[in-house]
Design a binder for this molecule. Sequence first.
Ligand SMILES: NC(=O)c1ccc[n+]([C@@H]2O[C@H](COP(=O)([O-])OP(=O)(O)OC[C@H]3O[C@@H](n4cnc5c(N)ncnc54)[C@H](O)[C@@H]3O)[C@@H](O)[C@H]2O)c1
Length: 392
Amino acid sequence: MQETVRLGVVGLGGMGSGHLGYLTSLPGVTVTAVCDIVPERADAAAAKCGAQPFTDHEALLAHGVVDAVLIATPHYAHTPVAIHAFQAGKHVLCEKPLAVHVNDAQKMIDAYEHARAANPNLVFGIMFQERTAPAYRKLKDLLQGGELGRLTRVTWINTAWFRSQAYYDSGGWRATWGGEGGGILTNQCPHNLDMYQWLFGLPTRITGHASIGKYHHIEVEDEVTAYFEHEDGMIGHFIVSTAESPGVNRLEIVGEYGRVVLEDGKITFHRCRQSMLTFCRETKTLFDHVETWPTEIPYPHTESGHHLVTGKFLDAIRRAQPLDLIAHGPEGLRGVTLANGIMLSSFQQRPVPVPIDADAFEAQLRELVATSTFRKQAAPGEVVDFTASWAK
Ligand SMILES: NC(=O)c1ccc[n+]([C@@H]2O[C@H](COP(=O)([O-])OP(=O)(O)OC[C@H]3O[C@@H](n4cnc5c(N)ncnc54)[C@H](O)[C@@H]3O)[C@@H](O)[C@H]2O)c1
């Protein structure tokens, strides 16, 4: 077993600094390199953790001082940094979203598979720390246990992502097609989109309505309603906004044996005494309902967070168990598919099938970048403290 992983952190803004904060207390890792295109950020981080500073990730990779990299750059840079890291034979833990669009995500997966042919123990993880949250783990457990029987509807209203204009103005890359590649679906919701596919799988058809800069002076989407159709007949609603305060985060799951609601950290199960689908078909009464019993489902409030995802990634490298992760990198393609599918449907004003037409989405995005006239006055050099946003 490898004793210590030599890690390089690429991107030292809000999230990269957040990762550095806990990395010093994790066992089995030494941060040997840090990288940011802003030299002062690289130097300051290097001085704090005794690592070597770089301003170019390719120089970092060529220097031979790391076994793995943690990528915490703006979204478009995830793709080249990850591909170069795989080409250099390094393990990769990538921040969410895996990429801005499906074609970029696929290129990263292809580079990983290619590198894995030479090194089968190469590890590719993605930072989906919400999968460690106890409430979501409990929902996964309930669904896997078949408690709800056949699922019929999922409705997720998450408008607890309120962001002010000052937030959008805080970084030059934020909320632009060229810098960020999208709005709420690309920045705030990758965790929710991953959670949706983790719990319910991918739909076969997506209908999306996205409002561009409806409540903020931005050129990307800040309010979205999507309708998902699944192969087995289940339907999903995904309603998100960065312009509601107070917002709500309510996940409602309906199945033949009842309704489970996760809201305010509480899981409530209205359990049917018998299958409502069978009852619906067979009862001779006209207006009776299935007998149901409300219960609050207890779950242990165990530890969760970014450090668990990183810790598992480092263990996977040290123990040469490349698939023993909280989230395997290639799974990130699924959330990107949902995000791109919603936007493609909204642009084309019609439902789109899954797998989506990735070339059509990329072409649309390129067009938006090329024709963008949006210019923002960003506050230069500021690092945003994101710890306040993690509690959502
Ligand atoms: N998992 C989470 O909970 C969570 C929370 C917030 C942000 N994020 C993700 O973390 C990533 C970074 O977001 P952030 O909020 O820290 O952004 P940020 O703007 O605060 O920081 C990005 C940093 O990357 C640097 N950078 C840009 N291009 C680079 C390159 N090619 N090489 C090296 N450094 C480069 C910038 O100079 C900046 O310092 C994004 O993918 C974002 O979605 C994840």
